[in-house]
Design a protein around this ligand. Structure first.
Ligand SMILES: [Zn+2]
Length: 350
């Protein structure tokens, strides 16, 4: 447990981040010893800090928000911190520049061989619905999903029939063939619970496909860390988490598609016919922890708080122009970057 006190509140926005009691335990394995403080979360100034577990090599933010504060964060702060996530004016342009449908087609190609009209698929955190739309186009008719953003979750699914529910715990055990969760796990306060619920909801032999940001390739500056992402996975820590729940990992590594998905991990899991009972998350080899520390130490955590003028400029722009216009500008820049990298052809609106 780090000895240093957490930094004092620095701004008005921070008063919205009400933090829960700091238990000093690892988010993935629960260990209390060897939790190293890496640096403060400076993107939003939440008062949290990034920690690295000396037992299982997990990297995570701590302490948690209070449950009500986490809800308030997504309702009030999230879109101000990430203006590019909010549709503005032309929805068609919004999705074309973000590339939702193009990315959905890339992901679908990875699981298409498993699909038939009878396949029962559940998408956790379906966002605007691009992947559900792709599944329906591929002929899948049994579609279930969870997505807390009720206002936007039907943007791309039109009149496709999707049974929305609260989450995997709401479906009968052993009832699903496929579970997908793209950019969900890193947001969850309890990723172990997610893995256990996914294993329970799958039929024997069922598959889960998970995509999360890859710390080992994506972390370049302190801005990589922000309060929406509570865990920062490596292929090793993600795979360990899945095995602890009883899954058999079939693939876990840097995203095989590269391109716009290059800085992510792709994980494919199978529920064994007779899964082993859940166990603790395994310990990591010391060499892995050392390599992780080297990666983390390359980032300038402390001074990022004081000198990142871009963060300040964005806050001013959001205040003056609104999240809509700032988000549009960010999406255009992202689209331009992808076009320059030769990915523009994947960004046509279908
Ligand atoms: Zn741990």
């Amino acid at each position: 447990m780090p000895e240093a006190a957490l930094p004092a509140p620095r701004s008005k926005i921070q008063t919205a981040f009400r933090l829960a009691q700091d238990h000093g335990t690892c988010r993935l394995c629960g260990a209390g010893e060897g939790q190293r403080a890496i640096g403060p979360e400076s993107y939003a100034g939440s008062g949290q800090e990034l920690r690295r577990c000396g037992r299982c090599a997990a990297v995570y933010l701590a302490p948690d928000f209070q449950p009500a504060a986490l809800e308030a964060f997504y309702a009030e702060q999230y879109r101000r911190l990430f203006p590019s996530e909010t549709p503005w004016r032309s929805e068609e342009r919004f999705f074309a520049w973000r590339g939702d449908r193009a990315v959905a087609r890339m992901r679908l190609a990875r699981i298409a061989a498993l699909l038939s009209p009878q396949t029962r698929v559940f998408e956790v955190g379906s966002g605007f619905g691009a992947f559900l739309e792709a599944l329906a186009k591929a002929g899948v008719t049994h579609l279930q999903a969870s997505e807390p953003d009720i206002a936007n979750r039907s943007c791309l699914i039109g009149d496709i029939r999707v049974a929305f529910c609260a989450g995997l715990s709401a479906v009968p055990p052993a009832s699903l063939d496929v579970i997908v969760a793209f950019h969900v796990l890193e947001h969850l306060p309890a990723p172990r619970t997610f893995m256990t619920e996914a294993l329970t909801a799958l039929k024997p032999g069922g598959r889960a496909f998970i995509e999360v940001p890859n710390l080992m390739s994506g972390l370049r500056t302190a801005d990589y860390v922000h309060p929406a992402h509570l865990t920062y996975f490596t292929p090793q820590t993600l795979s360990r988490l899945a095995r602890a729940a009883g899954f058999r990992p079939l693939f876990c590594g840097p995203h095989p598609d590269g391109g716009p998905l290059a800085d992510n991990i792709w994980l494919e899991l199978e529920r064994p016919e007779a899964p082993a009972p859940p166990m603790g998350v395994e310990a990591a080899p010391q060499a892995e922890i050392d390599a992780l520390d080297t990666r983390l130490e390359r980032v300038d955590w402390e001074t990022a708080l004081h000198r990142n003028w871009r963060r300040w400029a964005k806050a001013v722009a959001v205040r003056l122009l609104g999240t809509g216009a700032v988000g549009e500008w960010q999406r255009w820049r992202q689209w331009r970057r992808l076009r320059q990298a030769g990915w523009a052809e994947h960004h046509a609106v279908s």
